[in-house]
Structures are given as C-alpha cells and as structure tokens.
Design a protein around this ligand. Sequence first.
Ligand code: SF4
Length: 505
Amino acid sequence: MKQQMSLQTEIAAQEPVLRPLLQEYHKIPSSYIKEVADIKRVLERWVADPAFELDFNKSPKEAIASLGVAVTPEEIYPLINAEESIKLVNSMIAGDYTRFPLSTYRYKSFIAEKLEQRKRIRDESRCSNPEISTWRDRQIKRCVNELGLAKSDAIVHPPVAFELSKGCTVGCWFCGIDAAKFSSNWSYTPENALLWNEVLLVVKDFLGTSIKNGFLYWATDPLDNPEYEKFLIDFFAVTGRCAQTTTALSIKDVDRTRTLLNFNRSLDLHIDRFSVLSLNMLKTIHASFTPEELIKVECIPQNREAKGKQLKSNAGRARIYAAKKSDELTKGQQGDTIACVSGFLFNMPDKEVRLVTPCQANDQWPLGYWVLGKAKFNSAADLKQILHEMVNKHMKIYLRLEDRIQLRQDIKWYTRENEFILNSSQLSVTFANQKNPTALMRMLETGDYTVEEIALTREKYDAINMSVTLYLLDELFSGGFIREDPNFKTDRIALKEKISLQITL
Ligand code: SF4
C-alpha cells in the first residue's frame, strides 16, 4: 500500500491526478488513456456477461487476464461494489486520491466528465431563436415532470436529426421507435449533395450554432447508408462539429468503422455509440478494436444476458413484447421512450420534415414522441417557409388571452386549503397561496375555457386580480403543465357549449 501511495504521489508530481479526457483528448498522455480504456473494457464485459461476472467473483485475476488487459481486481472493486463505490466518491469529494488506485479515480472522473458533457450538450442545444428555445425549454420541463428526473436527465433534446435512409436493416425486436424495414438509401448524388448542403444552411439559419448537436439517424442505422461519411463531412463543414454516430452495425465492416472512429476522434470530443445486440457481438467488438480505440465509444449492452443490469425502454416495437420479454424491459410508465429530439426530424429520401418532442410511450403515442407537424419540401426555399410555419403555429412564447387551455392529461390534481398539487406518475409539484384553488383546477381540467375566461371568472367570483391569474397560468404553461400535445386544439369553443359547464363551477 505504501508503495502504491508513493507511486501515486510521484505520478501526481509529474502531471495532474485527473485530466479532462474528453475535452483535452489530444493532449492526454497515452498511458492515461490506456488506464481508463482498460478498466472500461473490463466493466463492459462485466455488465453484459453474467458468466464473466461469475468468473470474476471466483478468480478475478484470471477473469481479467482473459480479456488481455493490464488491470488489477483492486482497480475494479470500487466500481462494482456499492459500499466501495460510496467510499470512492467520498474520497474524491474530499480531494483525497490516495485510498484507491489512481486509475480508478481517473475512470470515475471520465464518467463524471461524460455526464457533464451531456449537460453541456443539452445547454448548447438551446438556440438563439426565442420561439424555438422557449418551446424547447418548456418541453424539457414537461419531460422532467412526465418522464421523471432520472430518465429526463439522460435526454439532451438535440434540436434536429436527419435520416439518410428509409427504414433500417437491423430489425431489433426492442426498437423503441419501431423502425420500418429498410427500403432505400439517399445517395450522395451531385443533386442530393447540393440539396443537403442547402438544407443544412436553412436549418442553421433557424437553429444557429445549436445545429451542431444534431445527428444523422433516427429510425435508421447510419451505417446502412454507404455514403454516410460524405454526409457527415458536409455536416462538419457547415456546423463545425462531427455528429455523433450510433450504430448496431459496428462489426459489419470493421475497417469502415475504424476509419469512421479515427475520423471522429480527429475532429472533436463527441462520444460515439455501439449498440451491442448479443454477447458474441460484444466479444467480436472487443476482438476487433483495442480498448483505446473505443475510449470514446459507449458500448450499449442490449444483449439478453445484460438484463439484470440494463433494461430497455418499453416503447415502440418493444411494447409488442412487453409480456414475453418483461425481464428485459422497463415496466411501463417509467419514462419509457428512446426519443431525444425536441425539434426538427428530417427524412431526406422522402424530403419530409416533422416537428417532434419526446413523451411517455403509450397507446396514443406508442413511439414515445409527439409529431406536432409534418410537411414535404422540394427545395431549400420551400423548407424555409415550412419551418417558419411550424415555428409560428406550434412554438408559442406566451399564452394568448384567446387560447383555450387544459392541464396535461397525465396529471392528477388535488387541493388543500390554499394550495393545489399537480401529480404526474413521476413527480409532485405544489402551488401554494392560491385562493379557491378547486375552482381553478376544475376550469383547467375541462379544457373548455380560454385564458381570458379563466382570469375573468376568478376576478368576478373570487376577487382575484386578472394579472395574478394571467401570471399563474403563464407559470403553469412555461412549466410544461398545460397541454401542447397535437391532439389538443386551443381554439375557442362555441359559447353555448360552455354555459352548462359554467353553471357547474
Ligand atoms: S434500434 Fe436502431 S438499429 Fe435497431 S432496428 Fe431500431 S433503428 Fe435499427
């Protein structure tokens, strides 16, 4: 132990204990990257393979050696044992880097950096256009409330995604967005390349620099398109960032994947992702790429054996298997969605754009996202007009007096003296100091009243100044509590239909 500590002190004297590996990737010594990458490899196998876990528990050194990495069991224990893990975190909080192997601290710091990066990307994806950014902020708040803190923390709400194929060849049974069977690719012809670059510039006009957090797949696998890399290079040229790649086809053509990873690594700090569909696939990935090559690649364990440690979202096609494969899926109403975009979703072969945002997957929205608008375009000029219309129609900054409003349908409310409480399946929010909250809740529940009518009614019957009600309603709207799903129309309803309702208040 003494030896270990003096060695660590020595290393610390030469270079900082912890380095931002993602941010300063090109400046980090290769020995540092190797330490972290080797630990990452052991954990990838530990999460995905119960047989490896058994071997590790019986004979940790031999189990690790079988992976061909130079890691000791002591480097791994604090990362898989709950009690040790707490001690590790506490010692990092205290700034004490002597209790565990230095490499373990470095791995943990790498994970923290990835989480930080996720937060940074969410912040960066907020664009300068006030309508779009206010709308997106509201959807983020709604998602926190509707999907829960843990799930919503993992969603960065990128403002745009582009599909470069129609359908997907992989056909995962758990596909959360129920990708159609593959039918065609969008080729990088001179004509398409021109349109592609024009589309990117139009979208950039709307989203500003936040376009850089877009990506080039959705219900598609990017590597299905043999010219994906050409589109990616254009995306980089226009946005200044190489879009993240997520693929389930990482081992279909290892040389192609390696070239792509090298290209991505050479450009910036993004994380790429491999979807791991089977244990054999993980073994092939590990045999094909060194741990260092995969330092910026998350291997997502989707294989059946990982079920105890990694559940898939009960959304899209997975919903069909909810009973049969229940041990691999979340139980429903737990933030079930794999959708992440709050913004524009393009299918380039169809020249179609949709306005989407994540939601809990249910019978109404089985794919776990709303489609608020959809249109086809033939040219960049066309697209510009369409995006303007989508923004004007769906992305309000404030409620208008004439808007008919209703609480979100998943919200249950109750009142207590001078407060009302809004409960969703995941969170409960209390609004205190409210006069006659029950009357307000009843009006908001029916969805039959406009903002103005609610404010006037409260002024007349409860002597609440209109401005107070307008402020409160706007607070509820910007907090994501008021319905914006595509099935709700905010137009006025005929007065006579309301008279009977008014009497019941
Ligand atoms: S999860 Fe991804 S790879 Fe699998 S079918 Fe859906 S889009 Fe294709």
